[in-house]
Design a protein around this ligand. Structure first.
Ligand code: ADP
Length: 494
């Protein structure tokens, strides 16, 4: 991989539909926000962040109008875009018609009907904003389908002098979300009809925004090494494994980190008591308070408190958990499930809470403060995901001394060291088969260690010691940007 010369700062534009601390629906926001922040600490990198201007951002952050206005074409229509800034290098692209809404992509009833138009607008607006602001990026780091069109635009509608030195990197945070729209929406992209074929953005008769990025970006990444291998197979490839295999040499897995200052039980103001791995007394206080808050009745200290936080979607293994719930509850464990997502799963989760009052606390919603209290106060953290590109919950829980019980897939496999009973070492418990029985057996394994307080403490401390900081992954991205720039000229057009 080429290395960056420190004498020439590289301008990296992170184009993303969400980023902490501004807006978040999931891990993408953590990754984009943390990378931007990490780059700010590094010499030789000039980082710029661009996001849509959502209602929630407008209401909560004091933004400055840059005064830049331009028109963005979406299909046959033209929309006015304003550019707002927060601090010198975070830009929000404004179009009330598309982004003055309560949610980012849709509601529990389904996606917004005009998502194709919204993210054609955003992708083109990013490029127009660069030109209007005179911000020439060395690399545009695109994220997921919402910005998947950008690399293809740079090879077509925006192939011009201004972007002649701009390379592109596309990070796939979750291949399950591809930005698939009816063929009628193809005309919104403004691309020539020669792109609506299987070598282009067509995908079984539909238009696929992520595929645009996959065929056109100089480099592709995904968020763990295991997931980078998995998505090349039909089981995890969601129909794109064939296209991805053609780009296999340009695809790298770089594992996510977490913001270790943001997620730190020794300084977290939201939790009942602060603690660290050298003094775990506060964790006990957090547990006690959480049990009270959730009105749980646990059978003494030998009954572990098991929690699950996340998007309520089949990807997260909710059906597996629901299938195992009766036995989990009858074994005496206390359970907290907290999340928001598909309506049918929300109903099922609420049903579990009603059935097992005092044993299962089920809450539907999104609340970071409550999530923090759960991370701190629980003993075990469940992630029985069907697939998991990286997953942040397991890393956050380990940082808070809450031991993960997770499926051996994607980033879970890369970040959790399965407990080895012979050596008495590990940071979590992994299981392979996607079956309720496998989850139950894994929880039994966890329980055996949990009741042995000395072994358990050692495991908690090992989990808390694991280094999940962004530093090493950020350096890998920067090396990759260098290599993307180095090969940009030599790669044939898609
Ligand atoms: P995803 O597939 O949703 O991106 P990740 O594990 O990568 O899953 O990241 C999920 C992030 O969102 C974590 O930081 C987690 O704490 C947070 N999160 C998920 N659901 C909720 C919720 N209901 N309330 C607060 N935070 C949540």
């Amino acid at each position: 991989m080429a290395h960056l010369s420190l004498s020439a700062p590289m301008r990296v534009l992170i184009a993303t539909s969400e980023a902490v601390p501004f807006v978040k629906t999931g891990g993408l926001a953590d990754v984009a926000g943390s990378l931007y922040r990490e780059y700010g600490k590094m010499a030789g990198i000039d980082a710029v962040l661009m996001l849509p201007l959502y209602l929630a951002v407008r209401d909560r952050f004091a933004l400055t109008d840059t005064g830049r206005r331009f028109a963005v074409t979406v299909g046959a229509k033209s929309y006015r875009c304003g550019v707002w800034s927060y601090r010198p290098s975070v830009y929000f692209l404004e179009c009330g018609e598309f982004f003055d809404r309560n949610e980012l992509y849709g509601t529990a009833q389904g996606d917004y009907h005009d998502n194709a138009a919204r993210f054609v607008f955003f992708s083109r607006a990013v490029l127009e904003a660069c030109m209007a602001l005179g911000v020439k990026p060395g690399v545009i780091h695109c994220n997921d389908w919402q910005t998947g069109l950008i690399p293809l635009y740079l090879r077509t509608l925006y192939r011009n002098e201004f972007f002649s030195d701009t390379a592109t990197v596309l990070t796939i945070h979750n291949l399950g979300y591809q930005g698939l729209f009816g063929s009628g929406d193809f005309s919104l992209t403004g691309l020539g009809s020669e792109w609506f074929n299987p070598e282009g953005v067509e995908f079984y008769g539909k238009v696929n925004f992520l595929k645009a990025g996959i065929i056109a970006a100089d480099r592709l990444t995904t968020v763990s090494r295991t997931y980078a291998r998995e998505i090349l197979t039909p089981e995890f490839g969601y129909g794109l494994d064939g296209v991805l295999r053609t780009r296999g040499r340009d695809l790298a897995g770089i594992v996510n980190g977490i913001d270790v200052e943001e997620w730190d039980p020794s300084g977290d103001p939201e939790i009942a008591a602060r603690y660290s791995r050298s003094d775990l007394k506060g964790k006990e206080a957090c547990r006690k308070r959480l049990i009270e808050e959730c009105s749980l009745r646990l059978e003494g200290r030998d009954a572990p408190l098991v929690s699950l936080i996340g998007r309520l979607s089949t990807q997260k293994g909710l059906d597996l958990f629901i299938g195992a719930a009766d036995e989990i509850v009858s074994s005496g464990m206390g359970v907290i499930i907290f999340g928001k997502g598909d309506e049918s799963l929300q109903e099922k989760v609420r049903g579990l809470g009603a059935k097992y009052k005092g044993r299962v606390h089920a809450r539907v919603g999104y609340d970071e403060a409550f999530a923090r209290r759960i991370y701190a106060g629980s003993d075990l953290f469940l992630m029985p995901s069907q697939y998991e590109p990286c997953g942040l919950g397991q890393m956050i829980s380990m940082r808070y001394g809450t031991v993960p019980v997770a499926r051996n897939t994607g980033g879970l496999a890369d970040t959790i060291r399965d407990y080895d009973a012979l050596r008495g070492e590990g940071t979590g418990f992994l299981f392979d088969e996607y079956r309720p029985k496998a989850l139950r057996d894994c929880l039994k394994r966890a329980l055996c260690v949990f009741v042995d307080k000395r072994r358990w403490r050692k495991m908690v401390v090992s989990a808390m010691k694991t280094d999940f900081s962004w530093e090493s992954s950020a350096k890998q991205y920067i090396a990759l940007y260098g290599s993307a720039k180095g090969t940009k000229e030599t790669r044939p057009s898609p």
